[in-house]
Design a protein around this ligand. Structure first.
Ligand code: ADP
Ligand code: MG
Length: 753
């Protein structure tokens, strides 16, 4: 029996999903799998786990698992459900990439989809779970899709073995045919239960004109207007990324001040300076066959899960801001309570959006698309929709990626509008014209069709799914993408070489079923992309492991430096930015080291930054002073811990640990590190354009890569910008103003296989 407070009880009764409790529970009893569709806010995420709990699905030591594509949702929903049920976090818990509060008493467990995928690797039958709920299935995140494919096999298997298990798929849209009308996935289509939404009408207002550039400015003016002219009711603004969100929050707070912003002053700590030991003697070599492999048939219990967290805000390419003179005059007479909301925001900050705003103020939440379906913010009457979304795009052939802000889909725009009609009739202001809306695609594409899949293929091979092409994907990735993934994994030694046959076609076919190697299993146990996993597997040589772990963690977290190239809004800010830029340049130079260390290039800078930051205790003050993103550094710290555990599980004899006072690598080790990096990034090799190939003056100082016609370049911020070594490897190519390589290291010609 659940002991709920009267207020909670009353709030629950208003949720449309409550009316369907019996229908849902009966369907669950009678079917191995069901699909539940219901508008955002109808109570699916918070209530369905409670229905199951009350019906006894979390008794006999088994538990209820719920997956979310976003960390924000996993954490905040576990808190909410615990509160509603009056149960402690030891019982209603969460697990996300780096943290969780799951105990042996846990009955309801919220987690990111990547976490569950990792658990399937440990126990394919998921014996711990009596029910799995896949939430937000309409988002079509890669891991959600894979989980549905896997569970379509796991559930019947469990039932056959007399250990029954239930699968619930929950979606905010009615578009679920990819799951239900897919014979390969579910031979008998699961029943679909539709939860009637109690949605109030939302009036849509289109802009006459569509601002192509400055939609943040347009959002600002629209929000000011709503706040000045329209009756009470919360405002929810949709923008595309963290930087935009903060920007608009700042402008709105200036325009409608409500309280003084207090800044936290940390204590000053002297930066740690790196000194390089001079070492001589002959250069060491890395043995490519000397890697760590998993002990055969030995599961490792604390192998941590971690793939698959969202990338919202992974890189914030801010869009131009408008001029200061269009700013509203500060008007404290009508306070606006402005809150940001995005995935990487700290949970305490996120929780604020659910609390009523201070009396006498109007709530205004400025959000990325997390507010589209994952979180329902109470009391919203006005939605301002920029109509855009930031997505990462990959070039099919070259793997070049870029973050682009593009139009969202009609389905998403309608979801956003719907946020305005939860508690009373509302209004949605679209900052684009109806003609532009007409050109939006109807739905957003499944993510799996839009990105490289080598990490997924490796995870599947580790689950002994050799023929990945036959996997019951809700929407399969292209064969090209699958072939490219297998080829990369073969070249990294994670999969066995396919038998050679004469014709290309046959090689491709054969290469789609290569079994995993022992090295591949070790790599699959590291929660990072296969290229970096290879580096970790080689890292134990010459005591390089702590450095490899630090570099891999820094490369995985991305964007460790603050973006100081943003336009300044005032003279004062401009001076400050210039100073901070100068300081960052100076620190980068320092971290890049001297002598041999310089050749490790940008990865040495990462290593130096991580080392110095940890030495200083990883404080916000140190990061602020040195142009590092504090949040990124904290994440790197967590990931270092996690990778250290994962490596110890694979080769305990090394006994690596996280040393906050890590000394810089010796010259010897730097040479080894460069070879280890080459072993992982071998397909990201570039050679400086030779004099005879200089077809175009623009190609000067460019680099040729095997797959691209046009050259790529070393960024002016790179540690190797002045050196321009003949051969380099790079972490990735990002297209911004030019095709730039990021994370560049120099390699020696004789090491190249
Ligand atoms: P769905 O999953 O169908 O979108 P939810 O179960 O997430 O719906 O939300 C149901 C209701 O619970 C919403 O009205 C929402 O505002 C409320 N709610 C969710 N989380 C919280 C929270 N942390 N604090 C207060 N109310 C919340
Ligand atoms: Mg939900």
């Amino acid at each position: 029996p659940v002991d709920r407070s009267p207020e909670i009880q009353e709030a629950r009764l208003k949720l449309p999903v409550l009316a369907e409790e019996q229908v849902i529970m009966e369907a669950v009893r009678e079917n191995p799998g069901i699909v539940i569709c219901g508008e955002t806010g109808s109570g699916k995420t918070t209530q369905v786990p409670q229905f199951l709990y009350e019906a006894g699905y979390a008794s006999d030591g088994q538990i209820i698992g719920i997956t979310e594509p976003r960390r924000v949702a996993a954490v905040s929903m576990s808190h909410r459900v615990a509160k509603e049920m009056n149960l402690p976090p030891q019982v209603v818990s969460y697990q996300i990439r780096y943290e969780g509060n799951v105990t042996s008493d846990t009955k309801i467990k919220f987690m990111t989809d990547g976490v569950l995928l990792k658990e399937i690797q440990k126990d394919f039958l998921l014996r711990r779970y009596r029910v799995i709920i896949i939430d937000e299935a309409h988002e079509r995140s890669v891991y959600t899709d894979i989980l549905i494919g896997l569970l379509s096999r796991i559930v019947p298997l469990r039932n056959k073995k007399g250990m029954p298990m239930k699968l619930l798929i929950m979606s905010a849209t009615l578009r679920v045919e990819d799951f239900t009308d897919n014979q390969r996935l579910f031979r008998t289509p699961p029943p679909v239960i539709k939860v009637d939404s109690r949605q109030f009408p939302v009036t849509i207002h289109f802009n006459k004109r569509t601002p192509m550039e400055d939609y943040t400015g347009e959002a600002f003016h629209k929000t000011c207007k709503i706040h000045r002219m329209l009756p009470p009711g919360g405002i929810l603004v949709f923008l595309t990324g963290q930087a935009e969100v903060h920007n608009l929050c700042r402008r709105l707070r200036n325009a409608f001040p409500f309280r003084k912003n207090n800044t936290t002053a940390g204590e000053w700590q002297p930066p740690h300076t790196l000194k390089y030991l001079k070492a001589k003697s002959s250069l060491p070599r890395i043995d490519l066959d000397n890697y760590s492999a998993l002990p055969v048939d030995e599961g490792d219990e604390d192998r941590e899960a971690g793939i698959g967290d969202e990338e919202d805000g992974g890189s914030d390419l801010d869009i131009g801001d408008d001029l200061a003179d269009s700013e509203e005059k500060a008007d404290p007479s009508i306070p606006l309570y402005v809150l940001p909301l995005y995935s990487l925001l700290a949970p305490e900050q996120q929780a604020k959006v659910f609390r009523p705003p201070p009396p006498g103020t109007r709530l205004c939440v400025v959000a990325t698309n997390v507010a589209e379906t994952s979180l329902t913010i109470p009391g919203i009457k006005y939605v301002v929709d920029c109509g855009r979304v930031k997505k990462r795009f990959y070039d099919r052939v070259t793997g070049v990626s870029s973050f682009k802000v593009t139009w969202t889909s009609q389905a998403s725009a309608n979801q956003r509008a719907g946020r305005a009609g939860r508690t009373e009739p509302g209004h949605c202001y679209r900052l684009y014209s109806s003609a532009v809306f007409g050109d939006f695609s109807l739905f957003s594409e499944a993510e799996i069709t839009r990105r490289p899949v080598e990490d997924l293929v490796l995870q599947m091979k580790d689950l002994n799914i050799d023929k990945v092409v036959n996997f019951p994907f809700p929407t399969p990735p292209s064969t090209e993408a699958l072939v490219a993934a297998e080829q990369l994994l073969v070249s990294l030694g994670a999969l066995e070489e396919p038998p050679r046959t004469g014709r290309v076609k046959q090689i491709q076919q054969a290469s789609l079923s290569c079994p995993i190697t022992p090295l591949g299993r070790a790599m699959a146990s590291f929660p990072v992309t296969p290229r970096y996993a290879k580096m970790l597997a080689l890292g134990k040589q010459q005591d390089c492991l702590p450095y490899v772990i630090a570099v891999v963690a820094a490369m995985t977290v991305r964007e460790i430096f603050e973006d100081l190239d943003r336009p300044a809004r005032s003279e004062e800010e401009s001076t400050k930015l210039t100073q901070r830029r100068a300081r960052m340049t100076q620190m980068r130079r320092l971290w890049a080291g001297q002598g041999a260390a310089l050749q490790l290039g940008d990865l040495m800078v990462l290593l130096g930054a991580v080392g110095a930051c940890e030495f200083a205790g990883c404080t916000p003050k140190f990061c602020e002073d040195n142009g590092l993103r504090y949040k990124a550094m904290v994440e790197i710290r967590k990931l270092r811990g996690q990778l250290t555990n994962a490596v110890n599980a694979v080769c305990p004899e090394v006994g690596v640990f996280v040393d906050p006072k890590m000394t810089p690598p010796t010259e010897h080790q730097v040479v080894c590190l460069r070879q280890i990096v080459l072993a992982g990034l071998g397909d990201h090799l570039a050679r400086r354009v030779q004099a005879e190939d200089l077809l175009d003056p623009k190609w000067k100082n460019g680099y040729k890569t095997p797959l691209m016609d046009d050259p790529v370049f070393i960024h002016p911020n790179s540690a190797l910008f002045k050196t321009l070594p003949e051969f380099v490897v790079y972490q990735e190519v990002m297209e911004t103003t030019k095709m730039y390589m990021r994370g560049v290291s120099a390699v020696e010609a004789e090491w190249i296989p």
